[in-house]
Design a protein around this ligand. Structure first.
Ligand code: ADP
Ligand code: ZN
Length: 733
């Protein structure tokens, strides 16, 4: 008999331990297999951590342990091979440790749906098969002409798909005659479009220097700081070539926001079928197929978004994170991991370098490069020697800039757009908020339209006339009148992408306008289509959120403008200035990338704010110095570490009490340079009927916080009725 210790699929802290079952069967069962288990009265998925032989009887065990053992039967065993190898298992442990996260949650984040340790994975996509035909005996004797023709086809091409052989009856005859046979083969539901092979660019001097620096660096992590248009992609491609030539593989990460197709195209042009893709816009079936293709060793380059950092690629020679500053690299639910941190952990395990690329690195990365913890390479000029476009800041509080023609667009911006349209050049307009109006209230009774499930503001979407919560996804029909007093004259506040499109359509009826935001981006084909069509000149103006600010190369764009730069500044997070700077710098960087000269405009009510002033100049250095000062004064990263604790309970008093008690206890430990902020009621104070309270921990030395924090979390969890979620290195706070 065997004792099987499993984790359940529940990632809650109180269940983050193993449960034991007994097994009498013969079928193979090993650590890292999935098994169906009965847990209390429920059927759940379990993940096997250990298998122990025992000579004792169930009765003896039950007496010793003090509880009754349930059985796992042969038919409950799901897998025939372990889900992950030792290396990945160790990585998952390290991630779970660093992020104070339940281990099973990390496994679930790591694996594609079909392989995830969850009962629902059984409904996930299965392996698909195809019928193929291959040669058995190449002998034409006694065959008819038609049969010979088919035999030659099969002999000539090697195995071919059964459905491509032609006549079924002729094929049947060939099979009966023992000349060919049918076999089953896994079908890949995802095939990268074969792209025309592209010859590499001759590297510029600056690129060559960066390339050499990166290859020769003795550091494990290297920051490549290259302005927009400096040709970072070519450097990634050349480095990859070098790594592949040594027989190793490359993991290339890109942000979640539909940049993957662009990067995939670059890589598949250079490396053909060696490339595999993993990102959220593939269907689950396609992802599953790509995942297994990588696991089998059929790909030597993986291009993918955040979770691709867990790709089962072997023998990795280099991990690259493009646009390392983009926040979608951090998962915004448990285990709240950041792909950059995981990349560094994985790089250490694989003994390979990690390259972080950006025009506007995060302060954390830049500070580490400055201190010599990371290696550093820079490309301060655009490849084509074009200078960055001149950028004007337009003060929206100055009446001279306003015009009766438009509420949202200033006179100078309208004039500039007009002149670009006349010259048949293209315009990018960035507004970092989607929807039409971003808030609605009743001026008569003061009713504000808020989300009934989380308390956030509801945004009006003209397209489908719905009110939507951008935080939790709640939607309802726009009622046209106040639900409290019936008043029809509702006040509309704020505006987003849809409203700007309307503005352009009213001002320039002849202009062809496209919109790009995550509403459109829900369908990935849309994104690619719109970007391609804009690239090919089918539109004159593209209005979008930050999705359009990053990475894209539109040669005919000669004007890019940020319609309202202040949106990000007012957000309640220590990164507000950094985000605003990055957004502006990226937006400015989209303009004038090829032969034609470009310009950029920033509309704002805060024309003196350093994020806006330096952003407009793309003066990263000055911004960095100023913002570092700011962070030091206020005690935020990279000077201090942050951990955000969220206490939730169905009883509000419990959440309040636990957070207060926790604060008192952890402060009483007198950890050096340690402080707490809160507890506060978060903006979104309810979720699934649970009340929340947040407590932020700030500290300088992680080593000193690690152990006491772990112990306290465990202690409070044991009290019951309260769940503590931990967000290590939170970005919003
Ligand atoms: P970045 O990512 O640094 O903003 P890209 O990698 O998008 O810049 O490169 C900008 C443009 O320069 C692209 O169109 C690319 O094809 C081109 N490019 C890159 N390297 C070279 C080179 N060595 N010679 C000519 N063109 C290049
Ligand atoms: Zn909501």
């Amino acid at each position: 008999m065997k004792i099987i210790d499993v984790l359940t699929e529940y990632g809650t802290r109180s269940l983050d331990r193993t449960f034991s079952y007994v097994y009498f069967g013969q079928k193979r069962i090993e650590p890292r297999f999935r098994v169906k288990i009965s847990f209390n009265t429920q059927l759940l998925m379990g993940f096997v951590l250990s298998v122990r032989e025992t000579q004792r009887s169930v009765k003896e065990l039950e007496e010793e342990y003090g509880y009754s053992f349930k059985e796992i039967k042969e038919e409950d065993i799901i897998d025939e091979e372990p889900l992950v190898d030792d290396n990945m298992m160790e990585l998952a442990k390290e991630v779970a440790d660093y992020y104070f996260a339940p281990f099973i949650g990390v496994m679930q984040a790591m694996l594609p749906i079909s392989l995830s340790p969850k009962l629902s994975s059984l409904k996930g996509p299965k392996i698909a098969y195809e019928q193929w035909v291959r040669l058995k005996e190449n002998d034409e004797k006694g065959l008819t002409d038609k049969q010979i023709e088919m035999l030659r086809l099969i002999a000539g091409y090697g195995p071919i798909l059964k459905k491509e052989c032609g006549s079924v009856s002729i094929l049947k005859k060939l099979i009966e005659a023992g000349r060919v046979e049918v076999f089953r083969k896994e079908k890949a539901r995802f095939v990268i479009k074969p792209e025309e092979r592209e010859e590499p660019h001759e590297m510029s001097e600056e690129q060559q220097k960066a390339y050499d620096t990166i290859l020769n660096s003795e550091k494990d992590v290297i920051l490549l700081e290259g302005v927009t248009g400096s040709g970072k992609t070519e450097v990634y491609l050349r480095l990859s070539e070098n790594i592949l030539s040594k027989g190793k593989s490359v993991l290339m990460l890109v942000p979640e926001i539909n940049l993957t197709p662009v990067m995939v195209e670059y890589f598949s042009r250079r490396f053909g079928q060696k490339v595999a893709i993993l990102h959220s816009e593939l269907t689950p079936a396609e992802r599953y197929d790509e995942y297994r293709r990588i696991a089998k060793g059929d790909a030597s380059i993986v291009v993918g978004a955040r979770s691709a950092i867990f790709a089962p690629l072997k023998n990795i020679g280099l991990i690259i994170l493009d646009e390392e500053h983009v926040e979608s690299y951090k998962q915004d639910n448990s285990p709240y991991y950041h792909a950059r941190e995981v990349a560094i952990m994985r790089g250490k395990r694989e003994g390979c370098k990690v390259l972080l690329g950006s025009a506007t690195p995060t302060l954390e990365s830049k500070a580490r490069a400055d201190k010599g913890v990371y290696g550093y390479a820079s490309m301060p000029h655009r490849v084509n020697q074009k200078s960055l476009p001149p950028t004007s800041i337009i003060d929206l509080s100055d009446r001279q800039n306003l015009t009766k023609e438009s509420e949202k667009l200033s006179l100078p911006l309208i004039t500039e757009i007009r002149s670009r349209l006349e010259k048949k050049e293209q315009v990018l307009l960035l507004i970092n908020r989607r929807g039409y109006w971003t808030g609605i209230e009743c001026p008569k009774c003061g009713h504000i339209f808020t989300c009934p499930s989380c308390g956030g503001n509801l945004t009006f979407h003209q397209e489908d006339r719905m009110l939507k919560c951008h935080h939790c996804g709640f939607v309802e029909q726009y009622p046209n009148s106040c639900p409290d007093c019936g008043n029809h004259q509702l006040r509309r506040i704020g505006y987003g992408t849809e409203r700007v499109v309307k503005e352009i359509e009213d001002l320039f009826p002849e202009a062809r306008v496209a919109r790009m935001d995550s509403d459109i981006g829900k369908v990935s084909k849309n994104v690619e289509k719109i970007l391609r069509e804009f690239h090919d000149g089918k539109y004159d103006v593209l209005v979008g959120t930050q999705m359009i600010a990053k990475g894209h190369d539109f040669p005919d764009v000669t004007l890019s403008a940020v319609v309202l730069a202040d949106i990000g500044l007012s957000l309640p997070t220590y990164r507000a200035a950094e985000r605003t700077f990055q957004l502006i710098a990226q937006a400015v960087g989209r303009s004038g990338r090829s032969k034609k000269d470009g310009a950029a405009m920033i509309q704002t009510y805060n024309k003196g704010h350093y994020a806006i002033v330096y952003g407009a100049k793309q003066d990263y250095k000055s911004f960095y110095l100023k913002e570092m000062q700011q962070r030091r004064m206020t005690g935020y990263p990279p000077y201090f570490y942050l951990i955000l604790l969220e206490f939730s309970s169905s009883k509000e008093e419990k959440a309040v009490q636990a957070s207060l008690d926790f604060k008192r206890e952890i402060e009483s430990l007198d950890i050096e340079s340690f402080s707490t902020l809160g507890p506060i009621t978060p903006f979104f104070s309810m979720n699934n009927g649970k009340h929340k309270r947040n407590l932020l921990l700030k500290f300088k030395k992680r080593e000193e916080v690690e152990k006491p924090l772990r112990e306290l979390i465990e202690k409070f969890t044991k009290l019951g009725g309260i769940d503590i979620s931990v967000n290590v290195d939170p970005l919003d706070y």
